[in-house]
Design a protein around this ligand. Structure first.
Ligand SMILES: [Zn+2]
Length: 192
């Protein structure tokens, strides 16, 4: 696969910089987003439509995007372009749709979280009342009003890209008012 063979510029190998040196005359964003179909399926109502990767796919089902001569998972690139480099964390899907690259359908976790998350999703598709089915970054489930610092950061991030308070409330198993107060910086002010 040769995308742009002639105009490649040198950049630090193996280090993905979302706003760094482009590998062609097009920016990473200009190459990435046209490959995304924002009219994807709605897998969970509260999340809205998935944004589906339309270019090359890994056999694993994840989208594949070439950057700096390396193939990267498209959903990780989406996270990098929207927020920041996930570093050694995994970028996981809320929507369980591996081809999806919609930033607010993604969240950060460890490989351990990834396994725990898949297992939890396999056991029960819907969260039990008062609990949500995601596993925290500390590897334990949390219930009503037991948000972790990382949850608060995630809630603010996903709100900033359009997630609704109601949708997030359902995801986290807390009230819409709790989400609103977090987003408006009335609660959890110490978390930045
Ligand atoms: Zn999705």
């Amino acid at each position: 696969m040769i995308d742009h063979p002639n105009t490649r510029t040198r950049s630090s190998a193996g280090c993905f910089q979302p706003t760094g040196t482009p590998e062609s005359s097009l920016s990473v964003e200009e190459r990435f987003w046209p490959k995304v179909n924002k009219n994807g399926p709605t897998i969970r109502e509260e999340l809205g439509q998935c944004w589906v990767w339309t270019a090359r796919m890994h056999p694993s089902g994840y989208g594949s995007f070439k950057f700096d001569k390396k193939r990267m998972n498209a959903h990780r690139v989406s996270w990098s372009l929207t927020f920041s480099h996930p570093k050694d964390l995994d970028v996981l899907h809320r929507c369980d749709n591996r081809a999806c690259v919609r930033p607010e359908h993604l969240f950060l976790g460890t490989q351990q979280d990834n396994v725990a998350d898949m297992m939890a999703k396999g056991r029960h598709r819907k969260p039990a009342p008062g609990r949500h089915r995601y596993v925290t970054h500390l590897g334990k489930e949390h219930g009503m009003a037991k948000l972790e610092d990382n949850d608060v950061r995630e809630i603010r991030l996903t709100a900033s890209v359009g997630a609704t308070n109601r949708g997030q409330a359902r995801l986290y198993g807390v009230s819409g008012r709790t989400i609103k107060r977090i987003v408006q910086l009335e609660n959890w002010k110490h978390i930045t």
